[in-house]
Each structure stands twice: as C-alpha cells, then as structure tokens.
Design a protein around this ligand. Structure first.
Ligand SMILES: C[S@@+](CC[C@H](N)C(=O)[O-])C[C@H]1O[C@@H](n2cnc3c(N)ncnc32)[C@H](O)[C@@H]1O
Length: 192
C-alpha cells in the first residue's frame, strides 16, 4: 500500500499548494452526487473530511461511513463528524458491507496501482444498492502531457489515464460519465 502520512493540521494548506483547483475539485465531487437519493454514503479516504463536509451539506440527514488508512486523519474527521462511522482501514481491505446509495472518493484512489483500482471498482459495485452511484474525483494521467500540472510523487502517486479507469468502471458494471475535467483532475459519476 502506498500512502503518505499527512499532518491533519497542515493538510489543507499543503494540498491547496499542490493542487490549485482543490476547492473546485471538492465542489465538483459533491455536485456529482446530485440526483442520487443519498441516505447511506460511504467515503473512501476521508482525510480530514473536506469532501464529507460538502456532501453532508447537501444531505444533512445522510448516514456517513468512511475509511482511511491514517489514524491521524481519522482523529480529525471523528471530531468533525461525531455521528459518522469512521474506520481505520486500507482501500485494499474489505469495504464496509453497506448497502450504500452513494460511494465517493477524492484524491485517494490514485494512491492505488492499476490492478488495485480495477479490483476496488468491482468491490465498490458490490456494496452499492442497485441504481447506486460511485463518484470519483482524482488526479489522472491526461491525454496531453502538457496538462500534467500537478507535481506527483513517484513513490506515492500512481495516477492512471481516465479512459482506462472508465473501462475498469464499465467492467465493474457501472455506466460512467465524466462530469468535470481540468488538466490532470477529473470527476466521474458512475451509476450502476
Ligand atoms: C490527499 S488525501 C485526500 C483526503 C480527502 N479525501 C480530501 O479530499 O481532502 C488522501 C487520503 O487518502 C488516504 N489514503 C491513501 N492511501 C490509502 C489507502 N490505500 N487506503 C486508505 N486510505 C488511503 C490518506 O490517508 C489520506 O487521508
């Protein structure tokens, strides 16, 4: 498992420096859940809860379950979302069983290699309700190398091409649509 230990006190400042469209990405992920009937949501790699805050603002009565491999980030998220079920678990491990109406993830799945992403997409499908949605917002390898503006680290960042990830989502039973694309960031809404 490739993971970097962020300091939750410094995370938002550091990630905004690294990803200039960070807030727009977050907004686009939350907006890509629109139209889903969100009562039970699962977040993969919740971090300090930047996406969760925006999603729960849209669905204040939703029950949130989330996983993250960093206990430090989870401690921060637990303080922000005391009613959520937040689990110290890697994305490569078993997902909470659900079923969920929506599964979403921002800037976490690019830490998995291609085989692990493909495997994860299939496992996400198995914890969604029929008709459920998976929203992925993440760093990708863009078609034009000039669009690769984010300074990725060879050790911990393993982005893949968007068209490959759309294929793996289709293999998992999803109908994926690209909702937002800017340089080397993308948001995909994938319905079962
Ligand atoms: C860049 S942060 C993104 C956090 C949050 N989703 C956001 O958008 O602000 C990546 C998060 O994914 C978690 N993470 C990275 N690799 C992981 C893995 N293999 N399993 C579970 N969590 C992982 C990290 O601990 C971190 O909290």
């Amino acid at each position: 498992m490739a993971n970097v230990e962020w300091d939750p006190d410094l995370y938002v400042g550091q990630i905004r420096d690294k990803i200039h469209d960070f807030d727009e990405l977050q907004q686009q992920v939350a907006a890509a859940t629109d139209g889903a009937d969100v009562r039970d949501a699962l977040e993969l790699g919740i971090g300090t809860g930047e996406t969760a805050r925006r999603v729960l603002a849209r669905y204040p009565h939703a029950r949130l379950t989330a996983v993250d491999a960093s206990e430090a980030m989870l401690t921060r998220a637990r303080a922000a979302f005391p009613h959520a079920e937040l689990l110290h678990r890697a994305l490569e491990e078993q997902l909470p069983p659900g079923p969920f109406d929506v599964v979403y993830s921002t800037l976490a799945i690019h830490h998995l290699d291609a085989a692990a992403k493909r495997d994860l997409f299939g496992r996400i499908a198995s914890v969604l309700r029929p008709g459920g949605r998976f929203v992925l917002g993440d760093v990708i390898v863009p078609d034009d190398p000039e669009d690769a503006v984010i300074d990725v680290s060879d050790e911990i960042d393993i982005p893949d091409r968007l068209d490959d990830q759309l294929d793996w989502l289709r293999e998992g039973g999803f109908q994926p649509q690209t909702r937002w694309l800017r340089g080397d960031l993308a948001v995909v809404a994938a319905d079962l």
